[in-house]
Design a protein around this ligand. Structure first.
Ligand SMILES: *Cc1c(COP(=O)(O)O)cnc(C)c1O
Length: 345
């Protein structure tokens, strides 16, 4: 091992100077899904990292992110947060619950993203845990960020101490939590005397950046397959490298990445964010009916579609060990009922 490789414990120590709150049920289980793997018939073994089981109001990857993000919010002595995303945002739902637990007020600005404004799924949960919800007419991205900033200024004018969601600060902190998740996965695989050959995850920039960093720091050879559920208007490889670099700097580690070292795919988006594709529908149905594991229609079904496609295209050798990180999102199924049921095969 090169001197730049750390053990899982050393990586955890490198993160120990950062403020962190205890929110997630860790380690999450790593479960093999042999019936699903047999169905694919590619001779591979498949393991699901159950980050849908991180706790905090139905779990998901944002609960790991929030251990560091809300740690920083508390360190700054903020008394409320301003978050925003689509109406069925898993991020906002997990953040609203964590805020309730920590005694912070949570202001959400939610944009319509095609699945109506019915109080169902994640939106229902936001209300039930006491978030202050505002439905806004903005597009995801810079337009929404400007609106969040303005909401924060209004609260500040009222004498509050808000922490406003912003890409620049939030994403490196979230990424660190997924470098640590990879340490968990490695330990769980090694207990089975296995090493992962490829790791699949749905990401819009944060979670996969953490895995890219973790892979380099821990000295792994596994292929990190970052699967996008939407098309940003920017180069996602450069973006992932940037976030991984900022996370490494926060950990005071020397690792740095270039876009050329990063793999990411937008091939499974289909018509757009939150719109199911036939491949995602199949992935959803297979995992549900072969393993009793529910994916979500927006992120994880599209990421699993990438794994299925890789196996069918013989991009994974027989005997390979594939890890699929289940990043959560199941409450959205209640808002997407019409896309998922009746079940079509
Ligand atoms: C937010 C989310 C993702 C993507 O997370 P990033 O922070 O963009 O990497 C993946 N899956 C689910 C279920 C999510 O809610």
């Amino acid at each position: 091992m090169s001197k730049w490789h750390l053990s899982p414990d050393e990586l955890r120590r490198a993160a120990s100077h950062l403020p962190r709150v205890d929110l997630a049920h860790l380690p999450t289980p790593l479960e093999e899904v042999p019936r699903f793997a047999d169905f694919l018939d590619g001779g591979v073994r498949i393991f699901v990292k159950r980050d849908d089981c991180t706790g905090t109001l139905f779990g998901g990857n944002k609960t790991r992110h929030n251990e560091f993000i809300l740690g920083e919010v508390l360190r700054r002595d903020c008394d409320c947060v301003v978050w925003g995303a689509g109406i069925q945002s898993n991020n906002c739902r997990q953040t609203a619950a964590a805020c309730a637990h920590l005694g912070l007020d949570c202001y959400l600005c939610l944009c319509p993203t095609g699945h109506g404004t019915e109080v169902q799924g994640n939106l229902l949960l936001d209300y039930l845990v006491g978030a202050h919800v505002e439905i806004v007419n903005a597009r995801l991205g810079p337009e929404l960020e400007l609106l969040l900033h303005e909401r924060g200024e209004r609260l500040r004018a009222e004498g509050r101490r808000p922490f406003v969601w912003n890409k620049r600060e939030i994403r490196p902190l979230g990424a660190i939590s997924y470098a640590l998740c990879l340490a968990e996965i490695i330990e769980q695989m090694r207990r089975r005397e296995l090493e992962p050959d490829a790791i699949y995850v749905a990401t819009t920039g944060t979670t996969a950046a953490g895995l890219i960093l973790g892979k380099a720091v821990l000295g792994l050879s596994a292929h990190i397959r970052a699967v996008y559920p939407l098309r940003w208007g920017w180069d996602v490889r450069a973006d992932l490298a940037d976030v991984a670099n900022e996370a490494a700097a926060l950990l005071r580690l020397p690792h740095r990445f270039t876009p050329q070292e990063v793999d990411a795919t937008e091939a499974f988006v289909g018509p757009g964010y939150g719109v199911l594709t036939e491949q995602a529908r199949e992935a959803f149905r297979l995992m549900a009916t072969y393993e009793g594991i529910l994916l979500d229609p927006v992120y994880t079904a599209k990421a699993l579609a990438a794994l299925i496609d890789d196996v069918r295209q013989h991009h994974r050798k027989p005997g390979s060990n594939l890890v699929f990180i289940h990043t959560g999102g199941q409450p959205a199924v209640f808002a997407y009922r019409e896309d998922l049921w009746p079940v079509r095969s």
